[in-house]
Design a protein around this ligand. Structure first.
Ligand code: FEO
Ligand code: CA
Ligand code: CA
Length: 672
């Protein structure tokens, strides 16, 4: 079975819906393919039968290292890890698993009430109105903002990244046998979208702000919490910063270029030191349909972003999502949205100074000089790592003065040199190639066309940058690079050293003298991921890592109260790695550096998102996204019915609160 995990790009492999979705979104760098919506929907749900796919990888002689045979206890004896918990077994089944001695309680599921008067979830009678008062779909980023300095009481902020219509809506998708390339193939085929279904999807996107409290050791939502709020794809937002009001931000319904409705594809995000919630807009291109003439002024930059991607039917019912009708609407997405969760009537702001691309997330830190530094990865093959440094400084005593800090500052893109230097190159209008002659007439143009500006500066093309997380304890920054199976031998570079990088890697940046605003830093590779027992994979986990402890496809991560790194993944499966996604504890310091241990794993088909700790690190909030999205899943036949396991309830994405039985910090032994 070992030779399954080499990371073949063989097209006959089974791909989960999410993998196919990512492939189709992944057309920004090379947009020569512009499939129609029909093509996309067909291809998106095309899958081989389970058996056919898993046998597709050719047998290659492999070297199995003895470490694959070690138990967790034996392995731990080889090096002093910062973590102390009993590792769980990697594998695939219908439910979640957490390390012994911990509870993993379901806190909020898709459809759960957010307000006292929210309607009860009725999956057979879904409406947009009900959904807009209930917890949204596909929870991704999770942030915790304490109330009254209390680690047991706070606001949970949660992104709802996207919707899986085929497992959300009853009687909508079906499995059909079709002939493709001379072979019979089974596919999930969607029914016809109605405006009502699109409206439910729009209401299931966005985010949730909800008060939560620990009562008798267990977390629960506070449904009469005065800050509770749903944000959707229709919530009114303000455009702020250098691109606000620019001609290219104006649309027929908004001649000011200052007001936009909604936020979409909110992947990861962040929480600022002043208690605001940052929502990163990632694959927004997929929601736009229609066609734009090649000579249209916006054609090139939209093509660079893969827009219009046509993965949703929204443009059929709403002109603003049709680029042939309102081409500037797409310029109003791809930003970082800042929400003040302490005022449920506040208008969220799209902070254009932080750039426009497929933001995976936006984690921030207050630098030693008081400026605030935001890190953000652009999740596409061959795209870039960015940081933004505010002009002004954070004032811990006056929240109001921090509220518009993100409107002024400098956006930088990273160049990773072979000698271990990171050069942060500023994206400033008038500097270097970012001039009018090259199509950048103002800072607004630089920001709306962030990818093109970064191309012009010669930034390093990375293997899909995901979460980028500063560690306040060590002055280091962790960059998750999830994979890039398209990278060719001749394209390998020091920072992206593996061609056909199926399993991804993690880069560690060390900011000079702990100065996160520094324009030169050092970089190193913390981990090359994948099965370390297969020499050809070239993984670099420490030898103390067990057969359960390695992972592929790092995606999000969290730093706990003691500065320890926890990594969550997206893309592990029976076929890819013989395991589901999960969260792994990864040592970064001393002899144990590069040792990884499995702490929690998700049910079949799910991705692990949102890892975040409360301030005392005695609760670990985890988001189980798109559970059941494996094989030929439909509403009627999902791959699991997690977390309710009721025949009359669909599979539901949910946020899980992990606590230690008897209390104490996560990831330590008895004495903590
Ligand atoms: Fe939404 Fe890059 O994952
Ligand atoms: Ca992600
Ligand atoms: Ca994170």
């Amino acid at each position: 079975m070992m030779d399954k995990y080499l990371g073949s790009t063989d097209e006959t492999e089974i791909k989960t819906l999410t993998e196919r979705r990512e492939e189709l979104e992944d057309i920004g760098q090379n947009c020569s393919i512009n499939p129609t919506m029909g093509d996309i929907i067909n291809r998106r749900f095309s899958r081989r039968s389970f058996l056919g796919g898993s046998l597709a990888v050719a047998a290659i002689s492999t070297t199995v290292s003895p470490l694959a045979l070690l138990t967790a206890e034996e392995a731990r004896a080889n090096g002093a890890s910062q973590f102390d918990f009993k590792e769980i077994e990697a594998g695939v089944d219908e439910t979640h698993h957490v390390a012994e001695g911990y509870d993993a309680d379901i806190l909020l599921r898709w459809g759960d009430k957010i307000f006292l008067d929210s309607p009860e979830f009725d999956p057979l009678k879904q409406t947009a109105e009900a959904q807009s008062r209930q917890f949204g779909y596909n929870n991704d980023y999770v942030g915790f903002i304490p109330l009254d300095d209390n680690a047991d009481h706070g606001l949970l902020v949660v992104n709802h990244e996207y919707t899986n219509a085929e497992i959300m809506f009853p009687n909508f998708a079906r499995v059909e046998k079709v002939m493709e390339d001379g072979k019979e193939e089974e596919k999930v085929v969607l029914g016809d979208y109605t405006k009502d279904l699109v409206d439910i999807e729009m209401a299931a996107h966005g985010g949730t702000v909800i008060e939560i409290r620990k009562v008798d050791g267990k977390w629960q939502p506070v449904l009469d919490g005065k800050y509770n709020r749903r944000i959707t794809a229709n919530t009114e937002m303000q455009i702020s910063g250098p691109a606000a009001g620019h001609e290219r931000m104006k649309t027929p319904s908004d001649p000011t270029g200052m007001k936009v409705f909604g936020t979409i594809n909110n992947c990861a995000g962040g929480v600022t030191a002043w208690g605001t919630y940052l929502m990163a807009e990632e694959n927004f291109n997929g929601y736009f349909g229609g066609e734009l003439a090649e000579n249209h002024a916006e054609y090139q930059q939209l093509k660079r972003l893969g827009a219009p991607g046509g993965q949703y039917a929204w443009s059929k019912f709403y002109d603003r999502f049709d680029v042939s009708k309102e081409p500037n609407e797409a310029n109003r997405f791809g930003w970082i949205v800042e929400v003040d969760p302490f005022d449920p009537t506040s208008v969220p702001k799209k902070r254009t100074a932080v750039g426009r691309f497929k933001h995976e997330g936006c984690e921030s830190i207050v630098n030693k000089d008081g400026r605030v530094v935001l890190y953000s990865g652009d999740d596409e093959r061959y795209d870039y790592v960015y940081k933004f440094v505010t002009k002004g400084t954070y004032n811990p005593n006056d929240r109001a003065v921090n509220m518009d800090l993100l409107d002024e500052g400098t956006l930088y893109v990273a160049k990773f040199d072979e000698d271990g230097t990171v050069t942060w190159m500023p994206l400033i209008h008038g500097q270097g190639p970012l001039t009018s002659e090259n199509g950048f007439a103002s800072q607004a143009d630089v920001l709306i066309n962030t990818r093109l500006a970064a191309d012009a500066l010669g930034a390093t093309k990375m293997d899909r940058p995901e979460d980028v997380q500063p560690n306040p304890k060590t002055g280091k920054v962790y960059v998750m690079l999830t994979n890039n199976t398209k990278r060719k031998e001749e394209e390998a570079d020091a920072a992206n050293p593996r061609p056909n990088n199926a399993f991804g890697h993690i880069i560690e940046i060390t900011e000079t003298d702990g100065d996160f605003a520094s324009t030169t830093s050092r970089w190193d590779i913390l981990l090359k991921c994948g099965d370390p027992s297969i020499a050809e994979v070239g993984a670099s986990f420490s030898t103390a890592t067990t057969k359960n402890g390695w992972f592929g496809m790092p995606d999000n991560c969290a730093i706990d109260a003691d500065g320890r790194l926890w990594v969550s993944t997206d893309g592990n499966s029976e076929e890819q790695t013989g395991r589901t996604d999960g969260v792994w504890a990864v040592d970064t310091e001393g002899e144990a550096r590069g040792t990884s241990k499995l702490f929690f794993r998700v049910p079949v088909g799910a991705e692990m998102c949102g890892p975040t700790f409360n301030p005392t690190s005695d609760t670990f909030f985890l988001a189980v996204q798109h559970p059941g999205d494996a094989g030929l899943a439909t509403y009627e036949q999902p791959a699991t019915r997690w977390p309710d396991f009721r025949d009359d309830m669909p599979v539901r994405p949910a946020v899980v609160a992990v606590t230690k039985q008897g209390g104490g910090k996560i990831g330590y032994g008895e004495s903590f």
